[in-house]
Design a protein around this ligand. Structure first.
Ligand code: HEC
Ligand code: HEC
Ligand code: HEC
Ligand code: HEC
Ligand code: HEC
Length: 366
């Protein structure tokens, strides 16, 4: 099952998914194209983050070192999708080419992705920088404190919907915004940890996902996985994000005798003629905010009495259209979010021993 849906996903192309997404909620194709190409920020020449860094050293350092925002026009994965889109000349033309990407990923120049001026506004040359602060940056903060500000780029209704999720979430009821969680955890708040942070640095969010109530009663392993994030589903990102729970069943010598996997993501159906043009969401196995999901894994009968340990690993995969269902071909794989080892002393009954290797959690995340 997991393999089949992954294969379907395998031939999807992110940009087209985004476009199709827009078609779902826009009346016409031209309206959808216009929506996707609409820059989400003030236009104008940027003086670049180096200028801001002269006085905002700490903010700059965090943004540069940790935030995916800083590489959103230069990351290999992004450039790769841009290149692929360009191979489809006519389609690329209709969709607006790279400009569509720059509409959210930040301006082409200075090639710093979503930089300081993308969010805070352009610092026009010839205007003293502190005047720009008084006129633009200070008043601008009020607008930027709302979840809606993040949604300008992070929400594509019907498809990528952390904001839609959030509106209906416990966090929203409590007044805990995107910023409250994503900017509260670090000193300057500009690290914006998420899936990719697990790749770029140590993970921040311990306890956001848990695996509990593990019971092994041959031939079945039962468990409960829970998304404790009160703000949105996981994965929160686009269709290339997959959360996977991988299980490795081992014998007394430590040799793997069986593997199994469960994936959590949104899967799209594809229009057969075009092959890569997604039509609609066919399956949604994302873990909803606060959801507890019970899972069962069955082993082949011949393994009775042979299982000594079961190792469970939970991690994210960023996939692209050439992975052919093989998660090892992902662009990046996060370091484990959770690792659990279950010892089976008499090889049939449950005895759970939980190991979590993650760093301490800032309280602001709940
Ligand atoms: C010459 C030094 C300097 C430079 C260069 C500079 N800032 Fe500032 N910035 C400041 C000072 C001083 C403050 C006020 C700090 C305070 O009052 O807490 C500030 C505050 C801010 C604030 C908070 C707004 C407020 O007043 O509450 C933002 C946002 C900001 N800067 C963004 C930027 C951006 C974006 C850039 C680059 C385009 C930049 N700054 C460049 C000195 C600078
Ligand atoms: C993804 C959008 C985004 C980017 C990129 C971004 N900021 Fe911010 N920044 C915010 C938001 C949101 C706030 C919080 C506003 C508030 O709570 O008042 C903020 C707050 C600030 C503040 C005031 C609070 C503080 O920590 O002192 C400064 C200064 C600032 N940003 C500077 C920068 C600089 C410099 C850069 C580039 C290195 C940058 N920002 C990049 C969104 C962004
Ligand atoms: C209650 C806290 C909380 C709130 C509110 C919240 N988030 Fe998150 N978000 C998280 C945590 C924790 C993760 C990390 C999940 C993980 O990767 O294990 C995350 C992950 C993400 C990711 C990473 C991508 C992915 O696939 O997981 C994005 C993007 C994101 N959030 C955007 C948003 C936006 C936009 C909002 C507001 C509409 C928001 N978040 C509100 C806690 C929160
Ligand atoms: C101008 C558009 C824009 C705005 C505004 C914006 N983002 Fe982003 N954000 C992006 C893009 C594009 C990426 C993906 C960068 C990449 O991976 O190439 C991203 C990445 C992220 C990630 C990392 C996701 C991951 O999987 O690691 C988080 C978390 C995040 N944004 C949160 C926020 C929050 C919270 C706000 C509001 C304060 C916000 N963003 C505002 C465009 C934006
Ligand atoms: C409507 C805004 C928007 C548009 C338009 C857009 N993106 Fe994105 N993209 C995002 C956001 C926001 C994220 C962060 C996803 C997340 O983690 O939630 C992202 C993430 C990505 C990622 C995965 C993150 C990574 O670094 O691996 C790739 C690849 C990507 N975009 C490529 C593109 C390309 C190529 C285009 C143009 C054809 C494009 N995007 C157009 C908003 C947009």
């Amino acid at each position: 099952m997991a393999r089949k849906v992954l294969l379907l996903l395998a031939i999807s192309l992110l940009a087209l998914v985004l476009m199709a997404a827009a078609f779902v909620f826009k009346e016409s194709r031209s309206e959808a194209v216009a929506f996707m190409n609409e820059p989400r920020y003030e236009l104008g020449e940027h003086r670049g983050a180096d200028l801001c860094a002269t006085c905002h050293e700490e903010v700059y350092a965090e943004w540069r070192a940790f935030s995916r925002h800083a590489v959103s026009t230069s990351a290999e994965s992004v450039l790769d999708v841009m290149d692929r889109l360009e191979e489809h000349t006519i389609l690329n033309f209709i969709l607006g080419g790279r400009n569509m990407c720059y509409a959210c990923h930040g301006p082409e120049a200075p090639n710093e992705g979503v930089n300081c001026e993308t969010c805070h506004g352009v610092a026009p040359p010839g205007v003293p920088i502190m005047e720009t602060h008084e006129k633009k940056y200070k008043p601008g903060r009020v607008r930027m404190q709302d979840a809606e500000f993040c949604a300008t780029c992070h929400e594509i209704p019907g498809f990528v919907t952390p904001y839609g999720d959030w509106l209906q979430s416990e966090a929203a009821v409590q007044g805990l915004t995107c910023q409250g969680c994503h900017m509260g955890a670090t000193d300057s708040g500009h690290a914006y940890h998420g899936f990719d942070s697990f790749v770029m640095n140590e993970s921040l969010y311990e306890g956001d996902l848990s695996v509990d109530d593990i019971r092994f009663d041959f031939p079945t392993l039962d468990l409960t996985i829970e998304n404790h994030i009160s703000g949105h589903s996981v994965p929160a990102g686009g269709p290339t994000r997959i959360l996977a729970l991988e299980l490795s069943f081992r014998d007394a010598e430590g040799n793997e005798v069986h593997r199994d996997m469960e994936t959590f993501a949104k899967y799209h159906s594809l229009i057969p003629v075009l092959g890569f043009w997604p039509a609609k969401v066919i399956a949604d196995t994302q873990l909803k905010s606060g959801e507890q999901r019970h899972l069962s894994f069955a082993l082949p009968p011949e393994l009775e009495g042979r299982i000594a340990t079961v190792q469970l690993v939970l991690r994210f995969y960023e996939v692209h259209d050439e992975h052919e269902g093989n998660l090892e071909k992902a662009y990046h794989v996060s370091r484990p979010i959770l690792e659990v080892e279950v010892h089976v002393p008499d090889r049939t009954l449950a005895a759970s021993h939980l190991i979590s290797e993650r760093a301490a959690v800032p309280q602001t995340l709940r």
